[in-house]
Every structure is written in structure tokens, then in C-alpha cells.
Ligand binder design. Structure first.
Ligand code: MN
Length: 249
């Protein structure tokens, strides 16, 4: 099982979550919301064989943490994975969009400079602007649009640009989310939870809850859950092995 967007460091008991992730041989991308959490999350993950840490600056935090953009860029040489980054145009964040845009453009340019990175990208309420930013910096690497919520037209555009998509249980309970997932190129779909922020029946989703997304995708693709799991695992290998991304120093 694969959770390509999880805030491992933000669970109340991250060691306990990590323990089960290791026991279940899961592949997890632990995304950080600020580059200040980078070292601590690396330390937390330790030698866990299939857990990777992504270097991020959540767009919702850019207003108060804009000065951390340079820190993020200076750490880029140490990792293949960036996230989460992006833009948030929802009402509570809209007033910082200009600053968010500046930060995103800066980060994408820095990713391009180091040879490209695998990037977990947030685009709530700002899909078109995120796609514009990615399009104007094609050497930034391979974007994985997390919890995509744009229009079908945006989706078509993102797919044509070579974007990947990570979808989770919460997204796949809505009619719109299901319709979008159905139209995503099957060989570029990955699973995620966005835990502990995203919830299910009032409880924070944990990485192993991607099983719910796998079974929803199996229904969409009209195959059984084992075959859906295999498809997602194959997609993940393709992303990690052949992503247009340079190795870190
Ligand atoms: Mn997130």
C-alpha cells in the first residue's frame, strides 16, 4: 500500500503510526508543512526502509512563514521529494495569494536549478494558477497533484501537461471526486490520505486507510482490489524510477 501524501510528523503519536507503516511494508511519502520540520521528520523516520520525507512549505502557511522560502531552497540538494507546496485560493487564504504565487514560482525555479524534483502539489481553489505556474517552469520536475479539485477541463489540461494525481478516501466519497478520479489517466494515479488533517467518521485518517481509496479505485476501474493495488504499486515504481528528476547530491 502507498500513501503518497501524509503528514507523518503531525500525528499525536508519530512513532506508533510509523511502527505500523513499517510492519505493513507500506510506502509513505511524509510531506512537511514547513522546511523547519525537515530535520525533525528525517530523524523521526530514521532508517524506515520505504518511508521518504518531502521538503515543503504549505501555501496556507506562506503568509506567516514567507521568510522560510530561502531555507527550503537551500535544503533542496538533500532530497528528491518536495511537498507540500502550491497555492490555496480558499476564502481564508485568498488574501495571501500574491505572496503564495511568489513563493511557488521561486520554489519551482529552485527545483529546476537542481535538476527537477518529485513534487506533491496543493491546488485547492487555485487550480488554474497552479497549472500556469507549473507550465511556466517545465524543468521543475514531476508534479503530483494532491487531492485535485479542479474542473474536468483543468484535469484534462493537467493530464496533457504530464501531471500525476494522488487521491484519498475523503475525496472519493464525493460525487465530484469520483468523477475526477474516473477521468484521471489510470497509469498516473496514486493513493494518499492527507492524514492527520483529513478525517473519516470523525477520526484522523492513518496511512493504512489508503485501503479505502484502493477499493474505491477498484470500483471505478472495474477491477478487483488486488489488481487495483498492483496498478497503483506499478504506477509508484514508474514515478520513482523514471520520474524526470535528478538524484540529490
Ligand atoms: Mn496535506
Amino acid at each position: 500500500m502507498i500513501d503518497l501524501h501524509c503528514h507523518l510528523d503531525l500525528y499525536p503519536d508519530p512513532d506508533c503510526v510509523l511502527g505500523r507503516v513499517i510492519r505493513e511494508s507500506m510506502y509513505v511519502l511524509a510531506v512537511t508543512t514547513t522546511p523547519r520540520a525537515w530535520q525533525g521528520t528525517l530523524k523521526l523516520v530514521g532508517r524506515a526502509p520505504r518511508v521518504r520525507v518531502a521538503l515543503g512549505l504549505h501555501p496556507q502557511l506562506v503568509a506567516e512563514r514567507h521568510d522560510e522560502v530561502d531555507l527550503l531552497c537551500s535544503l533542496l540538494a538533500e532530497t528528491r521529494y518536495v511537498g507540500e507546496i502550491g497555492l490555496d485560493g480558499s476564502p481564508q487564504c485568498r488574501q495571501s495569494l500574491a505572496l503564495q504565487q511568489e513563493a511557488l514560482d521561486h520554489i519551482l525555479a529552485a527545483c529546476a536549478k537542481v535538476g527537477g524534483r518529485i513534487m506533491s502539489v496543493h491546488s485547492r481553489g487555485a487550480t488554474k494558477a497552479v497549472l500556469n505556474a507549473l507550465q511556466s517552469c517545465p524543468d521543475a520536475g514531476t508534479p503530483v497533484l494532491h487531492w485535485f479539485s479542479g474542473t474536468l477541463h483543468d484535469l484534462q489540461r493537467a493530464a496533457a501537461m504530464g501531471c500525476w494525481f494522488s487521491v484519498g478516501p475523503a475525496m472519493l466519497t464525493t460525487k465530484k471526486g469520483l468523477l475526477l478520479a474516473e477521468r484521471m489517466p489510470r497509469d498516473r494515479v496514486l493513493t494518499e490520505t492527507d492524514g492527520p488533517f483529513s478525517r473519516w467518521d470523525g477520526e484522523a485518517l492513518a496511512p493504512w486507510d489508503v485501503a479505502r481509496a484502493v477499493s474505491a479505485l477498484a470500483t471505478i476501474w472495474n477491477i478487483d482490489t488486488t489488481a487495483a493495488g498492483r496498478q497503483i504499486a506499478a504506477n509508484c515504481r514508474t514515478l520513482l524510477e523514471h520520474g524526470n528528476v535528478a538524484e540529490p547530491n
